[in-house]
Design a protein around this ligand. Structure first.
Ligand code: ADP
Ligand code: MG
Length: 493
């Protein structure tokens, strides 16, 4: 697809609003966002006590209804898949064996996993708050030209098992867009914006885990970064938990604080200051830089050893690595975890080509492919949080430099997805809005909640979504990393 003119997707409403009306609605939308907590702390002018609205696109973005429904429908199966992967010690060990030789971060996680596996987990139940991220694709060879759709299918970008954010910013973006559409007189169109109950679903999952723990005095611990920029997203979870059950208290600590204060009780309870912790919800701990010293790693180990229910537990964290994603795309792998053949086929359809860079014949072929046609791929290390991947000629340069080094096995190569483009206006704090429409592409995230142990799945549900949109010319689009904007889907038929 690259090189060709990209396929276009259109909203069934006009974006040609007069300059005056546009400026007016932009000002209103900014204030709506500020006054409804659709905000972030500023990285540029940091002040804990000040919030800015999160970048957003003014209009919701078109998304095909059928594909949206498919993505929601498959989530429960993806939850099951990840749950089973997380509970297959042999699979995780075999899959990550080569990676952990060269990737220290994954090895540190894996070392904790090994310790827990040998000792036996005090808490067998895990809480998974997952987000499967996907993009519509235009480059699939099976394109059905008769249907005249700008896309052919959708493909999974990745599945997040730790710190799956936007449980608040997702739904509040839908509310903002409803407001904007109403302001412009599009009331009949409002029901094209699907209901988004992400926040309620994720928080009810945490409360269900809290109930399972069975101590009415116990608290939920949010493990947070040293500085939280995406503060509204986290705090609204806390407020929603209180709303759903007024007896549940949330405490927030970073890994360094936990290293100094967290202890294990006589029955392996996690004790932080005077609190017993029932559920640990990580919004941090997915990047090497978040573990400043060995102390923070020890804190993670201590939490894993404890009786608290972890979101995610260490095996869930490992199940979300890019290496696991690539391994699942190999023939026969999904069938190892899902019995229903129909579902296996459906899951495999959402995978793009994923290629290991192991030191063998397949790995060598992948390295050569990447060097020859880098525009076709994205090159990914075992990292989360955005801005770690390589694109275009950087792939070529990097692969040439690591070709004969062991380090290459820490990376995977993935087919690049080229989504259809659509037009919009982007609104960012501190800058004037460009009143010419620009071309954007979007990434949809579908939330899932799963609770269970190695024997049983107790809760398995899909609930809510989020949409992030970036300029079509950009490689990545994280909102927290400053490249993307909050968005919501407008379903089109
Ligand atoms: P992270 O764990 O850092 O979020 P991702 O795999 O989600 O890593 O990649 C980050 C971003 O890079 C995505 O949000 C998307 O914008 C872009 N990206 C990742 N994989 C692809 C792909 N196969 N095709 C096109 N863009 C991709
Ligand atoms: Mg991602």
């Amino acid at each position: 697809m690259h090189g060709d003119k990209q396929a276009i997707m259109k909203l069934p409403i006009s974006l040609d609003v007069s300059k005056n009306e546009l400026e007016d609605v932009i000002e209103k939308a900014k204030d709506w966002a500020l006054m409804n907590g659709m905000c972030l702390r500023s990285k540029m002018n940091f002040n804990r006590d000040v919030l800015q609205f999160a970048p957003f696109v003014l209009f919701p973005s078109p998304f095909p209804r059928e594909e949206f429904q498919n993505a929601c429908d498959i989530q429960i199966t993806l939850n099951t898949l990840i749950h089973r992967v997380a509970h297959d010690y042999d699979f995780l060990k075999e899959t990550l064996e080569e990676t952990i030789k060269v990737d220290d971060f994954t090895r540190n996680l894996f070392d904790i996993y090994e310790i827990i596996h040998e000792e036996g987990a005090a808490q067998k139940v895990s809480l998974g708050i997952l987000r499967s991220d996907l993009m519509l694709d235009t480059s699939c060879p099976k394109k059905d030209t008769k249907k005249l759709k700008p896309h052919c299918c959708w493909k999974q970008v990745e599945i997040n098992t730790i710190a799956s954010g936007f449980g608040w910013l997702g739904p509040v973006s839908t509310q903002l867009h409803k407001f904007v559409l109403q302001e412009l007189g599009y009331t009949a169109e409002l029901n094209n914006l699907p209901e988004n109950n992400a926040l309620q679903t994720l928080c009810s999952g945490m409360i269900e885990a809290w109930n399972l723990y069975g101590n009415p005095q116990a608290v939920i611990l949010f493990v947070i970064e040293d500085v939280t920029y995406n503060i509204c997203d986290q705090r609204f979870h806390e407020f929603e938990i209180r709303k759903q059950n007024p007896n549940v208290k949330v405490i927030r600590r970073n890994l360094t604080q936990l290293a100094a204060t967290a202890k294990l009780g006589t029955n392996m309870e996690l004790i932080v200051n005077n609190y017993t912790v029932s559920v640990v919800y990580y919004r941090c701990g997915y990047e090497p830089g978040q573990y400043h010293t060995k102390k923070e790693w020890n804190a993670r180990l201590l939490i894993e050893r404890s009786l608290a229910i972890k979101c995610p537990s260490i095996q869930y964290h490992l199940a979300g690595t890019k290496k696991v994603q690539q391994t699942l795309a190999k023939p026969g792998m999904v069938a190892r975890f899902l019995k229903d053949e129909n579902m296996v086929t459906k899951v495999k359809e959402i995978f793009t080509g994923l290629y290991p860079l192991d030191f063998d014949e397949h790995g060598n072929v992948a390295v050569e492919m990447g060097i020859l046609d880098p525009q076709r791929f994205v090159l990914k290390p075992q990292r989360e949080g955005g801005c770690n991947n390589l694109y275009g000629t950087d792939i070529k340069d990097f692969l040439e430099s690591v070709k004969s080094e062991q380090a290459r096995v820490a990376w995977i190569l993935m087919d690049r997805i080229y989504p259809p483009v659509h037009k919009n206006y982007v609104v960012k704090p501190g800058t004037n809005v460009d009143l010419d429409t620009k071309e954007f592409v979007s990434e949809l995230g579908i939330f899932g909640v799963i609770i269970g142990d190695d024997q049983n799945i107790i809760v398995n549900k899909q609930g809510g979504h989020m949409l992030r949109t970036k300029l079509a010319i950009h490689n990545e689009g994280g909102v927290a990393t400053g490249l993307g904007a909050c968005d919501s889907p407008f379903l089109i038929d």
